[in-house]
Write a new protein. Sequence first.
Length: 430
Amino acid sequence: MFRILRYLIFISLISSGYYFYISEYFNLSKKDFLEKEIVKKEILEDKNEIIQEKTEEEASPNIKKNIDKAKYVEKKIEILQGDTFVSILKNLNFKQKNIYEIISEIENSFDLKKIKTGEIISVFENDFGEIKKIEFFKDSQTIISVDLDEEIKLNIRELTKNSFLESKEYKITESLFSDGIKNSVSPDILVKIIRLFSFDLDFQRDIRVDTIVSISYEFDEIVETGRLEYKDIKYASIKIDGKQLEYFKFITNDGYVDYFNREGKNVKKSILKTPLDGARISSNFGMRKHPISGFNKMHKGVDFAAPIGTPIYAGGNGIIEYVGRNGGYGKYIRIRHNNGYKTAYAHLSNYKKGISKGVRVNQGEVIGYVGSTGNSTGPHLHYEIIYQNKHINPLKLKLPSGKILEGEELEKFKEEYKIIYADHLSMLYE
């Protein structure tokens, strides 16, 4: 009996074990099947996503174009003394036929002779070393791009320019210039301040410790290059021992940019005695033995010795009456001023871009550069002041005073200077 009972228990255990084995087998099979289905679904979704991305890429040709452009390697070439655009293209291994085609295309829109030493030309190469594009600056705000990918195409692109107004105020402890630099004022603006107040102040003797300089000026930022271009001073003030000199920018009815105090009196004298910086007098006005001909001859101006390329400023507001070669004067400019005066500038190396007959210029504006053209023994500026067709010694000239605003022009100025001053204070203390 006991043996029969033990046998039944054994049979029961075997049956239970078999049942659990079969159940787990089917559970595992089902789980495996589900996991495989999930994996298959994920693979299918990934595949569809890849196909979708590929389709979008094919539908957007700009993507490939941008990728290709990104692969270009830019190389910068500085134009050295004696370089020409032709010689640069030859050095880049362009064939003569291609050089002619590129030059002809550019010359339709730009005179390549205007590219100066020190400027940069950018060339863009692909992975195979083939030059696909050439770029250079037409001016500070314009880029000329020559596309060489399939055919030669010229593209002139204006750069993005943002304009700003900035105000600064600082106390002098050493000098107007050095303290200005410490207070993040551009050297370009500091030079303009010195010129603006040079009629009223001797910067070596008059400026003292604790002198306060306050200015407002305009500048542009070229977005693509980050370059800053400083424009006109809007307001300038110098306080010395409680006494204040201040001037406001104003465009007069006859179209000149000028500076006036609150009463409408002009900061400037009408004619500059010395139209360039840092020069020494090499020959005075009057009779002299001519250094080339050897004869005694009237020297109708004053000669200022200065290095070639030194900027020459317009002696006063006026209109260019003559520009070009003028016999022994070499390269020559003559300006007609409103008060019966004329000024003349001789032996120039070159003229500033944009200077031509009939152009209106402001006092202190660069019009050309010191040279040694014509009958000259060395680099210098020959400067003449002419009044009613008679030559006057510039160094003994009793300078006529500048313009004084009156009537409607004065009222217009008063309205504008109040706005300028309010803007200056707002920016200074915001």
